[in-house]
Design a protein. Structure first.
Length: 249
């Protein structure tokens, strides 16, 4: 199966699913090797002592390296996940007294376990994304429709067509503003943005509405007391402006 994009290792859901997946694999391996119910509890404690430190260190390292995954190819990102798991497993074994110089005592089984867990995570997140991808895309389109009225796009394009011959530079700038607006609307918008960025988006939106409505729309901006570096939820102001224009004009 061709690996999909690497998951966001700073997402709490991804971390929790990774913990559950690795522990589920460890539980299956424990049940497969266990031959006595009396020793099951002791074997489980031994397994947890070997698995959990390596798992927690791997997740911490992946959390720190999360920005690298956006710049790496997909397969390179998954290779980095396997490398992190392998390194953290060897470090966890070294903490229990294993000497790196002792070549005969290298934890080959634990290293193979780390690579197997990485491959299982890759397959799991790939299957999950392929299964949920269409539903997520549909949800984003529905969210886009809820954020902005469909007539705005058609009206803006008609306004651009109306001035294309008279003022081609303004028409080109309007298309760039429309592209920037829809780029913001289509992204995931999970992180906070600055108030300055939000106001810049609102200025672009009102410029498009001004192009369409002309003198019917008058806007007075009073933002001198607004801190531009304040962090706010994305698209917090644009729906308010859209409703004001829709109901006011």
């Amino acid at each position: 199966m061709r690996p999909s994009r690497a998951p966001d290792w700073r997402n709490l859901g991804v971390v929790l699913r990774s913990v559950l997946l690795v522990n589920a694999l460890a539980a299956l391996a424990l049940l497969a090797r266990n031959r006595s119910w009396d020793a099951l509890l002791l074997d489980a404690m031994e397994m947890a002592a070997r698995v959990e430190p390596a798992l927690l260190m791997s997740l911490l390292l992946l959390y720190l390296a999360a920005p690298l995954f956006a710049r790496l190819p997909v397969r390179a990102g998954w290779a980095l996940v396997a490398l992190c798991a392998l390194v953290c497993t060897l470090l966890a074994e070294a903490m229990t007294g294993w000497a790196i110089e002792d070549m005969k005592a290298w934890p080959v089984r634990e290293a193979l376990w780390a690579l197997l867990a990485s491959a299982a995570a890759m397959v799991y997140f790939t299957v999950q994304e392929r299964a949920l991808g269409p539903a997520i895309a549909q949800a984003r389109l529905m969210a886009l429709s809820a954020r902005i009225r469909p007539h705005f796009l058609f009206n803006s394009l008609n306004a651009v067509l109306g001035i294309m011959r008279e003022d081609p530079r303004r028409a080109e700038r309007a298309l760039e503003e429309l592209s920037d607006l829809f780029r913001v609307l289509m992204r995931e918008n999970r992180e906070l943005v600055t108030l300055g960025e939000e106001l810049a988006l609102c200025h672009q939106y009102m410029a498009l509405e001004k192009l369409r409505l002309g003198d019917r729309l008058g806007v007075l901006w009073q933002t001198d007391g607004c801190p531009p570096d304040a962090r706010v939820p994305p698209l917090m102001l644009q729906p308010l402006l859209e409703n004001a224009v829709y109901h006011g004009v």
